[in-house]
Ligand binder design. Structure first.
Ligand code: PGA
Length: 252
């Protein structure tokens, strides 16, 4: 399992250090559950120092697919590696909606992340309209396929998928455990197509969208929901730690 905190555009450097220390102090080392935090770029290096020798890994919130060059304002995979990032979130719905990132961009980011030894957390998810129209599975399938097709994947743990229904992000509305499990099972079946035939698709598939301490257990208890990508509740160390504890109970 993996519980990853997506801090989004929150916390200046001082606050990021306080939050990272709080998370590091309250998360137990556990063989079954990994923890990660994804602060804004400007805090990555300092947070990496706080997290050294703790069980909490570091991730970034996005990246550019090129290694270097004239891309003002962008950050590349080698740069993220140089500040000890393990993970990078790619294709978050906010990046897709507000920064016009396309399925093709996401595909290139996944390829670049993997080639530099970063674990991409590939976000997929449908809008409310798409769900109402009965197109949720189709939309997610298209996003997963676009992200992974043609990339030579060897191991299920090289990458992570985060199913984040857009209508549940930051809204306090959560997919029911049944809705989420159904989509996660669908994604898992699909992943088998992108992995070698003799490899089980045991890839972590995180749920994201208003995961909180009070609903985490019911979501994580479902067989194909193997973690969470947590936004709002990751901004308080106590809430993040409480979700992590629910994951430990389920995984034990
Ligand atoms: P939320 O955000 O937990 O605040 O809904 C999740 C995400 O966008 O990753």
């Amino acid at each position: 399992m993996l519980i990853a905190g997506n801090w989004k555009m929150n916390k200046d450097l001082d606050d990021a250090l306080v939050l990272a220390s709080g998370v590091a102090d309250s998360v137990e080392d556990d063989p079954n559950v990994d923890a990660a935090v994804c602060p804004p770029f400007v805090s990555l290096q300092a947070v990496a120092e706080v997290l050294e020798d703790t069980p909490v890994a570091l991730g970034a919130q996005t990246m550019h697919h090129e290694n270097r060059g004239a891309y003002t304002g962008s950050i590349s995979a080698p740069m993220l590696r140089s500040v000890e990032c393990t993970y990078v979130i790619v294709g978050h719905s906010e990046r897709r909606a507000y920064f016009c990132e396309t399925d093709q961009d996401v595909h290139r980011q996944v390829a670049s992340a993997l080639s530099h030894g970063l674990v991409p957390i590939v976000c997929v998810g449908e809008s409310l309209d798409q769900r109402r129209e009965g197109k949720a599975k189709e939309v997610v399938e298209t996003q997963v396929t676009a992200a992974l097709e043609g990339i030579p994947l060897e191991r299920p743990d090289e990458f992570v998928i985060a199913y984040e229904p857009i209508w549940a992000i930051g809204t306090g509305e959560t997919a029911t455990p049944d809705q989420a499990q159904e989509m996660h099972a669908h994604v898992r079946a699909l992943l088998a197509e992108f992995l070698p035939a003799d490899v089980e698709p045991t890839t972590e598939i995180l749920y994201g969208g208003s995961m909180k301490p009070h609903n985490a257990h019911d979501l994580l208890a479902r067989p194909d929901i193997t973690g969470g990508l947590v936004g709002g509740a990751s901004l308080q160390a106590t809430d993040f730690a409480a979700i992590f504890e629910e994951a430990r109970k389920v995984a034990a």
